[in-house]
Design a protein around this ligand. Structure first.
Ligand code: ADP
Length: 481
């Protein structure tokens, strides 16, 4: 069942219920009103009769006890057209009776002198009447009962007409309201149908298409524009993925081709053990580069899918930097580069130790890799504005300003001609190192900036938020982290 039909059915069902309750209320209200008009009229008539009634009472006898009292009774009353009446004395004997109510069937007790009774009764000829039986008092003595009645056939007529009207009116109203409901549901849902049709035409291959429905800025209009924005994001993301795969394949093809070339050359003719050893060393070196590249790609793929959530722990950043510098020192010495540390004793930090090691490794490794013999690399760390600030500066060749804005892009290398898989110990040299650095800083709610002057050197600065609730330094020292 489609929404249009469901909405219309719900609307009609709710409206029917409201209509039914309303009709019932009208029927009951009108009937009560009409009966109370008749009842009031009857009460007025009783008042009229009693006002015109004159009964002489003996001083010592109650009217109820007297056998013969016809001579003491006098009534000057002209009833209104359609009003039936009669009077009984307290003993239930007729005092006055024009005969209107002869043979009428009713339930009222005419000997009841305590309270008035109102009921629906029937005349002998079948006319429905409203009957009012009211006791009356003379000189503080219960003197008798007056019965007044009038036909309520007109009320029955009104009731019949109302029922007739409702029986025909309700279905017609429901029919009209269902048609209205259908129309309303259709006009509300038509634009959604439009969105569905337009969306069906867009496949994964032409994500550049947009709905462009130009709808007003209402709920449906916002849905369409949200859909367009989502397409935009999808297209960007698809394009990024496509470029990433293309770049990654491209990066891998070169070392694989070199690898294949080396092996092919080695296999052209039988060679000495030393020659095979050299070939295997080259293969080993290239494979190391490939492994580093694949690791970087994997890391970035995880960063895209947000699978690499950080595992924060509290540790001393100084220790991490010292260890790293110690590990890279042989490489610096080999390249005749001075690696200096200018750091305090303690820098407690909460973060993912493994990931932060990777971050600083990439930066220090780059600084050594891109500097020339005789240059120096300095790692400086301090606390600034609630952040831990780490500067990795080198006195290397510097980076041309035109490259700076793209430095953190994936696969971006300043020197494109440089061998792609040049194993520098920790990075593949494929231009992924800095994008990994930026991502790792971001997941720690930090950031990384770069300043460089050609011929003078480069400084990368990492800002990492320092947690407020510092663990006592002694604890960190004692535990050796
Ligand atoms: P790669 O794997 O090529 O090192 P990175 O993303 O780490 O990739 O670096 C991107 C580019 O930035 C490098 O190709 C290099 O040209 C430049 N670069 C990075 N660090 C430095 C530095 N300290 N000094 C000069 N150039 C650098």
């Amino acid at each position: 069942m489609n929404i249009r039909l469901r909405l219309t059915l719900w609307y009609t069902a709710i409206f029917s219920l409201i209509l039914l309750i309303f009709s019932l209320a009208v029927y009951v209200g009108l009937t009560r009103n009409l009966f109370s008009t008749v009842d009031n009229h009857l009460q007025r008539e009783v008042g009229e009769i009693l006002g015109n009634l004159n009964i002489e009472m003996d001083d010592d006898l109650e009217v109820a006890n007297r056998e013969n009292h016809a001579g003491n009774f006098e009534l000057k009353y002209t009833p209104e057209e359609g009003v039936f009446w009669r009077i009984y004395d307290a003993a239930g004997h007729t005092l006055a009776d024009p005969g209107f109510l002869d043979g009428a069937t009713f339930e009222a007790d005419i000997t009841n002198l305590d309270f008035a009774q109102l009921e629906n009764a029937m005349l002998a000829n079948g006319t429905p009447i409203r009957l009012y039986t009211a006791p009356f008092v003379i000189e503080n003595h219960s003197a008798g009962v007056v019965q007044v009645a009038e036909s309520y056939r007109h009320i029955q007529d009104v009731q019949t007409q109302l029922v007739f009207l409702l029986l025909f009116g309700i279905p017609l109203t429901l029919l009209a309201s269902s048609a209205g409901g259908w129309f309303l549901a259709s006009s509300a849902l038509d634009p959604i149908d439009g969105i569905t049709r337009a969306a069906q035409k867009i496949s994964a291959h032409d994500l550049h298409q947009r709905l462009d429905l130009n709808l007003p800025n209402d709920e449906v209009g916002r849905l369409a524009s949200t859909f367009d924005q989502m397409l935009e994001r999808l297209e960007t993301s698809f394009e990024q993925q496509r470029r990433f795969i293309a770049d990654a394949s491209h990066e891998m093809r070169t070392p694989l081709t070199i690898l294949k070339g080396d092996v092919d050359v080695a296999l052209t003719r039988p060679r000495s053990a030393e020659s095979y050893r050299q070939t295997l060393e080259m293969v080993n070196q290239t494979t190391d580069g490939l492994i580093a590249l694949v690791q970087e790609l994997l890391l970035l793929a995880r960063s895209d899918s947000n699978h690499a959530a950080i595992k924060p722990e509290r540790f001393n950043l100084v220790k991490l930097l010292t260890d790293l510098a110690g590990g890279l020192m042989p490489k610096a010495i080999k390249k005749h580069i001075a690696l200096n540390l200018d750091i305090p004793e303690m820098l407690p930090l909460e973060g993912d130790k493994v990931k932060l090691r990777r971050l600083f490794m990439n930066l220090i490794d780059n600084a050594i890799k891109y500097s020339n013999p005789g240059d120096s690399v300095t790692v400086r760390a301090e606390v600034e504005d609630g952040y831990i600030r780490v500067d990795i500066s080198d006195t290397g060749p510097g980076i041309d300003p035109e490259h700076l804005p793209h430095l953190f892009d994936r696969f971006y290398r300043v020197d494109k001609a440089r061998s792609r898989v040049e194993v520098s110990g920790h990075s593949s040299g494929a231009g992924l190192g800095l994008s990994i650095v930026q991502w790792l800083a971001n997941v720690h709610h930090g950031r990384v900036t770069v300043e460089s002057t050609v011929g003078r050197g480069t400084t990368f600065t990492v800002w990492l938020p320092k947690k407020q609730d510092d663990t006592p330094f002694e604890y960190l020292e004692a535990s050796g982290v």
